[in-house]
Ligand binder design. Structure first.
Ligand code: PLP
Length: 401
């Protein structure tokens, strides 16, 4: 009798060198060779299974990379020291001077700043468009366009990219579709929908314990080889390599991601439904009121839900700040940036994670002052959390009793 695969991560089987249930951690920056000839071949990239120097690759980084590639259904992956390390090396690898990028206008503030302020130094230009309108994307394409860039679910506005439609456009115009899937691991698999490169900030849900930064680039063997090329690979030459000890610890956390995502999603949907019913302006892809609810459903792996991110607009920055301070005081979560922690995290993106975006542009994209971004935690009793959050809102006059 044959059984279907368990799940892509559970099915991986790696042992430590003494039979440990976890792979041994590679604690070396450099590797010896019995023959000088093999060292030369390794340098040339022609000696499979040999390691040269840990900025290039290391066993621990390869284990984590292979697990993430299995998760994203790509041929392979390269882990990096941070999500920005993944994003910047991919863009520098794909683009030359004179090239053009079309990016979603609602993306993580650091990525936005990199596109807007940094890459022009290398004569690479970015146009920012409303990614939910494929026609607008098409209109923005020029002869110089090389990359189409978006987040599956955008930070912080939770816009949803139609990855199938974007992949079709990319294919027609010979562009690389690069998708940052940080907000929707397991729920959405961009590569199976046609993305060429999938990126994550591992700092968030995937590691899930807010104790490190990390990133990954998932793609074809050819693209990852190019990134690691000792002569002209942006991964190798810009040096955004993950440390092996961290790779080992992230791999251990990755194994519980499927359970954590289910709980984040369950709690996210519960709170979003309640907040919306209370009359708060709530954005969550799992709500039927979300403009891309059906689109998300058409792309998702149902069992992992709509994710743990939601936003609520409480009207003004003053009210948002008061509410976040009170919720922290009552131990309902932390006033902190980042996401994917066991505890709920909240911040006002306009003055924090998206502050790189000028105020007029924030307004144009609908990022209002009173917006609070929630990364919903793994709370065991979400009904209690809701009642306590509601009490804070009533106390501050945001909601009526
Ligand atoms: N992508 C998204 C969607 C993010 O939210 C972030 C960080 O907040 C990043 C990328 C950057 O990741 P890192 O902070 O790990 O460099």
């Amino acid at each position: 009798m044959s059984f279907k695969p368990a799940n892509n991560i559970q099915d991986l089987q790696y042992f430590g060198e003494f039979g440990g249930v976890n792979p041994s951690i590679s604690d070396s920056s450099t590797y010896t060779f019995l023959s000088a000839k093999t060292m030369f071949h390794t340098f040339e990239g022609n000696a499979d299974g040999c390691y040269l120097y840990s900025r290039h690759s290391s066993p621990s980084n390869l284990y984590l990379g292979e697990a993430l590639a299995a998760m994203e259904d790509t041929e392979t992956a390269n882990v990096t020291a941070s999500g920005m390390g993944a994003i910047t090396s991919v863009i520098m690898q794909l683009c030359n001077a004179g090239d053009h990028i079309i990016s979603s206008r609602t993306i993580y503030g650091g990525t936005y700043a990199f596109f807007k302020n940094f890459i022009p130094k290398f004569h690479i230009e970015a146009s920012f468009v409303d990614i939910t309108k494929p026609e607008t994307v098409k209109t923005a394409i020029t002869k110089q366009t090389k990359v189409l860039y978006c987040e599956s679910v955008s930070n912080p506005l939770l816009e949803v990219a139609d990855i199938r439609a974007l992949a079709k456009i990319a294919k027609e115009h010979n562009l690389s579709l690069v998708v940052d899937n940080t907000f929707s691991p397991l729920s959405i698999s961009p590569a199976t929908l046609g993305a060429n490169v999938v990126i994550h900030s591992l700092t968030k849900f995937i590691n899930g314990s807010s104790d490190t930064v990390g990133g990954v680039v998932c793609g074809t063997q050819k693209f990852i080889n190019d990134l690691r090329n000792v002569n002209d690979g942006a991964g190798m030459l810009l040096g955004s390599t993950m440390d092996s000890l961290r790779a080992a610890s992230i791999l251990k956390n990755l194994r519980t991601l499927h359970i954590r995502m289910q709980q984040h999603s369950k709690n996210g949907l519960y709170l979003a439904t309640k907040f919306e019913a209370d009359g708060l302006r709530t954005v969550y892809p799992g709500l039927t009121s979300h403009p891309s609810h059906e689109l998300f459903k058409s792309m998702m792996h149902t069992e992992y839900g709509f994710g743990g991110m939601l936003t609520v607009d409480v009207g003004t920055l003053k009210k948002a700040n008061e509410l976040m301070e009170l919720m922290q005081h009552r131990n309902l979560g932390y006033l902190a940036v980042s996401l994917g922690f066991y505890k709920t995290l909240f911040s006002a993106p306009g003055t924090s994670t998206s502050s790189e975006i000028p105020e007029d542009e924030q307004k144009a994209m609908g990022l209002s002052d009173g917006l609070i971004r929630f990364s919903i935690g793994l709370d065991a009793d979400i009904e209690r959390t809701y009642q306590m959050m509601k009490a804070c809102m009533v106390e501050l006059g945001i909601l009526k009793r």
